[in-house]
Design a protein around this ligand. Structure first.
Ligand code: NDP
Ligand code: GDR
Length: 328
């Protein structure tokens, strides 16, 4: 039985990836940082019905010694580094923490792999945010990077460390440059989930307005369930590499909103207001990925379209809020 170690196991992608790996027969170990709110930490894993099937291990991305101990204890065949301070807007408020966790944290995992588990295959959760102020209208593996936030700068460091550990030490280290991917398990602070939660609340009469920031920003949005498969496929290749993972379609926040409100039989014009509190010091205006390499080499393609994603998220939020209204 293969052993996989997943950092960020309590996040959106960690939950879907764990489910995917368990279905493939892996022994899954999750790195979990100590928190006083440990009862809510496993919420996503419980939602997918996999919480009891994962072995949780205490550790932290900013504590190299904990990562070395984990590598020694688990002896993983595959390491997926998904842990990060992943909310771009917070990265301006906590730039150094973001640098430590999202950037240096990845270097710590690479060091722990190099020193304690050099045969393990390594996956780094790189991001389309690294393209930032885009240098080409459609972004691929060869598009120059231009990070626009402390988060993106930290991810770029982690990305290049992955490339360097591959080239310097011969590690089987791959980097997935994933474009935005969403799901009912998306954190509530991210715009898609904020919208679908808001739509559900308005539909159920729990609120009347939804305040958002820049409605013109465009993103290439896919489903997390599809994207974790691409992570796994990268580690099954004979040679490691870097891959853009995207749908190849871009849509604005306004477009996403329109679809979500329409799915609930509502009109966004009646409910959406803009609030400067949700604007950023610097914006990434437009992202659109070319997933050609992933399709050709991995045989991967997005399976869920934007309409299907929006419908699933709105329906899940309506069901969740209706259940909690019945309980109260
Ligand atoms: P989430 O924010 O949902 O999850 C982040 C995870 O990192 C959580 O499990 C969190 O644990 C953990 N974490 C945070 N700090 C530490 C730390 N110091 N030590 C150990 N674990 C820590 O992110 P997603 O699941 O959405 O994304 C997964 C990864 O992919 C992230 O690295 C993200 O930056 C990257 N990415 C995401 C994209 C997306 O669209 N979702 C696109 C491209 C890249 P806790 O529960 O304790 O907070
Ligand atoms: P992003 O995701 O920054 O792309 O990073 P987010 O959903 O936070 O923002 C997307 C776009 O929507 C605009 N926006 C708002 N965003 C939020 N959060 N709240 C609002 O009210 C709002 N109104 C408009 C933003 O300005 C932005 O343009 C995500 C994260 O998962 C990263 O970790 C990952 O690397 C990238 O996707 C790819």
């Amino acid at each position: 039985m293969k052993r996989a170690l997943v950092t960020g196991v309590t996040g959106q992608d960690g939950a879907y990836l764990s489910q995917f790996l368990l279905n493939k027969g892996y022994d899954v170990y999750g790195l979990v940082r100590r928190s006083s709110a440990s009862d809510v930490m496993d919420e996503k894993l419980r939602w997918l019905g996999v919480a009891d099937r994962i072995t949780m291990i205490d550790g932290n991305l900013i504590d190299l010694s904990s990562l070395m101990r984990v590598m020694r204890d688990v002896k993983p065949d595959e390491v997926y580094n998904l842990g990060a301070q992943s909310f771009v807007k917070s990265s301006w408020n906590q730039p150094l923490l973001t640098g430590n966790v999202t950037g240096v944290g990845a270097a710590n995992v690479l060091e722990a792999v190099r020193l304690e588990a050099p045969q393990a295959r390594f996956y780094q959760a790189s991001s389309s945010e690294m393209f930032g102020l885009v240098q080409e209208p459609v972004q691929s593996e060869t598009t120059p990077f231009y990070p626009r936030s402390p988060y993106a700068a930290a991810k770029l460091y982690a990305h290049w460390m992955t490339v360097n550990y591959r080239e310097s030490f011969g590690l089987h280290a791959s980097s997935g440059i994933l474009f935005n991917h969403e799901s009912p398990l998306r954190g509530i602070e991210f715009v898609t989930r904020k919208i679908t939660d808001g739509v559900a609340r308005i539909k159920l009469g729990l609120q009347t307005q939804l305040a958002l920031g820049n409605l013109d920003a465009k993103r290439d949005w896919g489903h997390a369930r599809d994207y974790v498969k691409a992570m796994w496929l990268m580690l099954q290749q004979d040679t490691p590499g870097d891959y853009v993972v995207a749908t190849g379609r871009t849509a604005s926040v306004r477009d996403f909103c329109r679809l979500a409100f329409a799915h609930a039989g509502l009109a966004l014009e009646d409910h959406v207001v803009t609030d400067p509190r949700f604007l950023r010091p610097a914006e990434v205006d437009m992202l659109l990925g070319n997933p050609g390499k992933a399709k050709e080499r991995l045989g991967w393609a997005a399976e869920t379209d934007l309409e299907g994603l929006v419908a699933e998220m709105v329906d899940a939020d309506l069901a969740r809020l209706s259940r909690s209204a019945q309980r109260n």
